[in-house]
Design a protein around this ligand. Structure first.
Ligand code: C2O
Ligand code: CU
Length: 467
């Protein structure tokens, strides 16, 4: 197990680290209204993913200022500061970028046909926006998603809050697996009978494109760990051994009161911000494991280094909240959203890939695939009004449902006690009925879909329109 420290930042230098992109030293405090764009190249590469073989046909994003690291760069910006990226497509198929969890202009949302044209091979698209919220987010294509994301195109997008407390180190983890054969090469992306159930799982577990990476962190220090579950299928139950930790944010949104970490479930699309209190003495290790479904698998380890900084987990205070307009529940209109299986409508061919099946539907209508002539929106919302999405999951499977462009607040569930969390991705349990409230404050067509990508691509996708 190699002791890799390259993604452990000492906090003071975090913004200037190798991944402090879009904010070179000079522009760090720039007040210009437009950012200098970074160039993100969508491209193929070879990479060591299983620790033993070079996998061919990996798909990734690279910066012009190419580092040797094949993983999509972790992009870091500051809340309220403009960000711009030119996507250059060097793949031999169309692509786009969606900025998962960011409340930005609809034209920047990355959904083919609904918000922008495909970006064809050799073409480019200019994304530019100013993130209104701080937190842990991520980016990925919204075209041929099972292939492009399954083969690597998932990267972290971190919006720093200058008002956040300073921790002794920060570690960012891109949590995802790979479907590789014993020779380290990609195998069939999915099995239809699994796509109709929980999805098809990877065969090689990964974190930051390594198998069980080991991070160094200061002994006795408070370490912020930002995790994004970017796998196309896997739902994790994460547990920490060897140290205590607090959850300070979920899905990018600070918790009003940090929660002691026991175990936490996160599905595809979701994020988790932890503060770990590292052990006292040098070389003691902490391990993060996934205990779902039964046998624990170590995801990553953290090794204490140096003399103890003697911090106390009790020092951890809530992170400052992001701006949020509370929905007006008394006058909110309810929108029913029923997630179900379907046997209707074989999927149409599409430039953005079709799995050739339709297994799932929202309100009985399976998404036909990306087309210039999409179906009608699920609902038309009036800008500024409050709504309650009444989500019902009569299936025996879990579905991480993601809404683009707007956040919602979890109001009530028949299946569990819910905290009034603000989020963009809710993991709906079998037989759960949950109410998600929002103010329709961002105009445009916003996709809503299951983030188990086989479910997304075989029908469990739709959209709402805000006018
Ligand atoms: Cu991360 Cu439409 O999704
Ligand atoms: Cu699903």
């Amino acid at each position: 197990m190699p002791a890799l420290t390259r993604r452990t930042f000492l906090t003071g230098s975090a913004a200037l680290g190798a991944y402090g992109l879009g904010l070179g030293g000079a522009s760090l405090y720039a007040t210009a209204s437009a950012a200098t764009p970074i160039t993100l190249e969508a491209k193929t590469a070879n990479a060591l993913l299983d620790g033993q073989h070079l996998t061919k046909g990996v798909m990734t994003y690279g910066l012009e200022s190419a580092s040797a690291d094949p993983m999509p760069p972790t992009l870091r910006v500051k809340r309220g500061e403009p960000f711009a990226a030119k996507l250059v497509n060097r793949l031999d198929e169309p692509t786009t970028i969606h900025w998962h969890g960011l409340r930005i202009d609809n034209r920047m949302d990355g959904v083919p046909f609904l918000t922008q044209p495909y970006v064809y091979t050799g073409d480019s698209f200019d994304y530019a926006f100013t993130p209104p919220d701080a937190g842990t987010y991520w980016y990925h294509p919204h075209c041929n998603t099972l292939t492009q994301m399954g083969r690597g195109m998932t990267g972290l997008f971190i919006v720093e809050n200058p008002d956040d407390p300073v921790f002794d180190a920060e570690i960012d983890i891109n949590l995802r697996d790979w479907r590789l054969g014993s020779d380290g090469q990609f195998i069939e992306q999915f099995k239809p009978r699994d796509a109709a159930k929980n999805g098809t799982f990877g065969t090689v577990r990964g974190a930051n494109w390594q198998v069980q990476p080991a991070f160094d962190a200061p002994a006795g220090g408070l370490v912020r760990v930002r995790l994004a579950a970017t796998d196309v299928t896997r739902i994790y139950i994460l547990k920490l051994d060897g140290a205590e930790a607090k959850i300070v944010a979920l899905d990018g949104q600070p918790l009003a009161a940090p929660l002691a970490l026991d175990q936490v479930t996160i599905g595809p699309g979701q994020r988790l911000d932890l503060v770990i209190r590292m052990p006292e003495s040098e070389d003691q290790t902490v391990s993060l494991s996934d205990i779902r479904p039964s046998t624990a698998k170590v995801v990553a380890t953290f090794r204490a280094t140096g003399a103890s900084l003697k911090r106390d987990l009790g020092e951890v205070r809530p992170l400052p909240a992001n701006p949020w307009t509370p929905p007006d529940l008394k006058n909110a209109e309810t929108i029913p959203l029923i997630l179900s299986a379907t046997a209707e409508n074989a999927a149409k061919e599409s430039f953005c890939g079709s799995l050739g099946y339709s297994f799932w539907a929202i309100n009985k209508v399976p998404w036909p695939g990306d087309t210039s002539d999409p179906m009608a929106p699920l609902a038309e919302l009036k800008r500024g009004r409050s709504y309650i999405l009444n989500l019902e999951n009569p299936t025996p499977h879990l579905h991480p449902i993601h809404l683009h462009g707007m956040n919602f607040q979890v109001i009530a569930s028949n299946a569990r006690a819910v905290a009034p969390l603000i989020s963009d991705t809710y993991l709906v349990l079998p037989d759960e009925k949950v109410q998600l409230a929002l103010v329709a404050d961002n105009p445009g067509d916003w996709v809503l879909h299951c983030h188990i990508i086989e479910h997304q691509k075989t029908g469990m996708t739709s959209y709402i329109r805000v006018t």
